[in-house]
Write a protein that binds this ligand. Structure first.
Ligand SMILES: [Zn+2]
Length: 172
């Protein structure tokens, strides 16, 4: 499982236009042979080339130079990703879903409701009070280093530099 971020470091994948400070653009995740790739597009190319093949997308903005990079993490983006990963059997994507769950618990989007055993594995039951929904998440029993490395990959993929310090494991 590899993660790939297409660049134009900070530019549109299609027209190579560089994004300037404060400019809005679209980031999309594509599931390419079980690896996520993030691609960035200027609004014009995004609307023109939209094929609906993306796994998830969001609108974002180039941070101002005098501000710390993206302190605001878009919870909806993470939630969307979490929901779309449901039922995915690829290991790395299951791990990613677990790490997303940890983050969303920490952000109080989800509540940890209970733990249960299912086919010999531990499953975390989460409630999502806002939507009155429940989710089951397989606990892949990751080591701290694995959680750290997935979180780092995720923050690069999503361009959220502050994510790293905000994910904590659930005690096994
Ligand atoms: Zn473009």
């Amino acid at each position: 499982m590899e993660w790939e971020i297409k660049r134009g470091a900070n530019g549109c994948l299609l027209c190579n236009k560089e994004f300037s400070e404060g400019e809005e653009y679209y980031s999309a995740l594509f599931d390419e042979n079980k690896a996520f790739a993030r691609k960035d597009f200027c609004p014009a190319c995004w609307h023109k080339g939209k094929e609906g093949r993306e796994f998830s997308f969001w609108k974002t903005k180039v941070p101002k130079k005098d501000k710390p990079a993206q302190t605001m993490i878009n919870i909806e983006v993470l939630l969307d990703l979490f929901i779309k990963l449901e039922g995915n059997n690829e290991n790395h994507q299951k791990n990613l879903r677990y790490v997303l769950a940890l983050y969303l618990i920490r952000k109080k989007v989800f509540k940890l409701k209970s733990l249960k055993r299912q086919d010999g594995e531990e499953v975390i039951v989460l409630s999502h009070p806002r939507e009155d929904r429940e989710f089951n998440v397989l606990n892949p029993r990751l080591k701290e280093e694995e959680i750290q490395s997935i979180t780092t990959e995720m923050s690069q993929l999503l361009n959220y530099s502050h994510l790293d310090h905000e994910v904590q494991n659930i005690a096994n």
